[in-house]
Design a protein around this ligand. Structure first.
Ligand code: IPM
Ligand code: MN
Length: 398
């Protein structure tokens, strides 16, 4: 078989460190590929006024598979301040390149597994009966709709007259906001389409069916957000009845789900949500299994076969300049395993996951987060494994 080309997208901050170590792990597992680096991130915003240059889009268009490190995102005004002086007059507005990639390639299916590793000192524990301490096993996969909803980008401050007039046709707008001067109104829309909603629901049900999960939970807020959340839940009911009668359909509200997170996380299997609530609930569950050092994700378009695989942690700029990188590469390694699953290299993915599980349960090599240290340059002197040492430990198990 021809060697694959993977577009490596280190992005900002610690992205490069975790990505480079992950590629070493992939090599050691026998995955043969060429890696071409794509430019993306803050540096390209500052220098070119575009954090997602067209040449990077072209690369992904051609090779289809991206391994993504991390990205720095800042609000509009802060982003403008850092733009190089010669670009300041051009009226450029910063927008997140990862959101841009999702939208450009229609990477509408986002999958975020959160499962606890045995022996991970960061696993959530809770008080049981009497003095019992319980460590519930979390095995949840979140399916987040990745292109629509509050991330659709359809928003205004001081909307134009036509938009304002349209809003004024809605009785609720008139009664709740009709008295407010137009200049004082900001609007961010939350648009759901049947097509995308059906695709994310189907992906969730299929996953539950193929991997033996007994339930799919729609985590939205249909009691208040009647049109969008309501549509998603109704479509889930129809789909479950027609095609997945053996899988239970549960329905939670995002707020209550966050409250129940620590009460009974072991009860949940597959969770499906719109874009924003999927973002929230996936961070919530990630917190139970070790936090961002363990949170991986896949985002893909099943039709075109384009997929971008990334840890969901940020770029942690404060750690990026350390001479020895201290951050935990496991989330990135796990994201690469999701990439291997996606391109039908499942055996290699399984091998790597097993190696990671062994390193964690053995407990000899632990990054600073796993040792509950504060992230500082001296953690390695004090016994924490560096990013490289953690990758070495995984490689040794391979
Ligand atoms: C994520 C991140 C992104 C998001 C940010 C970086 C734009 O939080 O992937 O979960 O909000 O989707
Ligand atoms: Mn997030």
């Amino acid at each position: 078989m021809a060697k694959r080309t993977i577009v490596s997208l280190p992005g900002d901050g610690i992205g490069r460190a975790v990505l480079e170590e992950t590629i070493r792990v992939l090599d050691a597992a026998g995955f043969e590929a060429d890696y071409i680096e794509g430019d993306i991130g803050w540096e390209f915003w500052k220098e070119e006024g575009n954090p997602l240059p067209q040449r990077t889009i072209d690369l992904l268009e051609k090779h289809k598979i991206g391994l993504f490190g991390a990205i720095t995102s800042k609000p509009k005004d802060a982003a403008f301040d850092e733009l190089s002086d010669s670009l300041k007059e051009k009226g450029l507005v910063y927008s997140s390149p990862i959101v841009g990639l999702r939208q450009h390639f229609g990477l509408d299916i986002c999958m975020r597994p959160c499962h606890s590793y045995k022996g991970n000192p960061l696993n959530f524990i809770r008080r049981g009966k009497g003095d019992d301490i319980e460590e519930p096993e979390v095995d949840v996969v979140i399916f987040r709709q990745n292109t629509e909803g509050l991330y659709g980008g359809v928003e205004w401050s001081n909307p134009g007259q036509q938009v304002y007039d349209a809003l004024m046709t809605h009785p609720k707008f008139v009664s709740n906001f009709g008295e407010t001067p137009k200049e004082e109104v900001s609007v961010s829309t939350r648009i759901f389409t049947k097509k995308a909603t059906s695709r994310i629901l189907k992906a969730a049900f299929e996953h539950a069916k193929n991997f033996g999960y007994k339930s799919v939970t729609v985590c939205e807020k249909p009691n208040v957000i009647r049109e969008t959340s309501g549509m998603m839940y109704k479509m889930a009911q129809q789909m479950q009845k027609a095609d997945y009668p053996d899988i239970e359909l549960w329905n939670t509200n995002i707020d209550a789900q966050m409250m129940w997170l620590t009460k009974n996380p072991e009860d949940y299997g597959v969770i499906v949500a719109g874009n924003m609530f999927g973002d929230i609930v996936s961070d919530g569950f990630a917190g139970l299994i070790g936090g961002l050092g363990f949170a991986c994700s896949a985002q893909f378009n099943p039709d075109s076969g384009v997929g971008v695989f990334e840890p969901t942690h940020g770029s942690a700029p404060k750690y990026a300049d350390y001479e020895t990188s201290i951050v935990n590469p496991i989330a990135m390694v796990e994201s690469a395993c999701m990439m291997l699953d996606f391109i039908d290299e499942k055996e290699k993915a399984t091998k790597i996951r097993k190696a990671v599980a062994e390193v964690i349960s053995e407990g000899k090599v632990r990054t600073y987060d796993m040792m509950k240290m504060r992230g500082k340059a001296d953690v390695v002197e004090n016994g924490a494994a560096s990013t490289t040492e953690m990758a070495d430990a995984i490689i040794a198990k391979l």
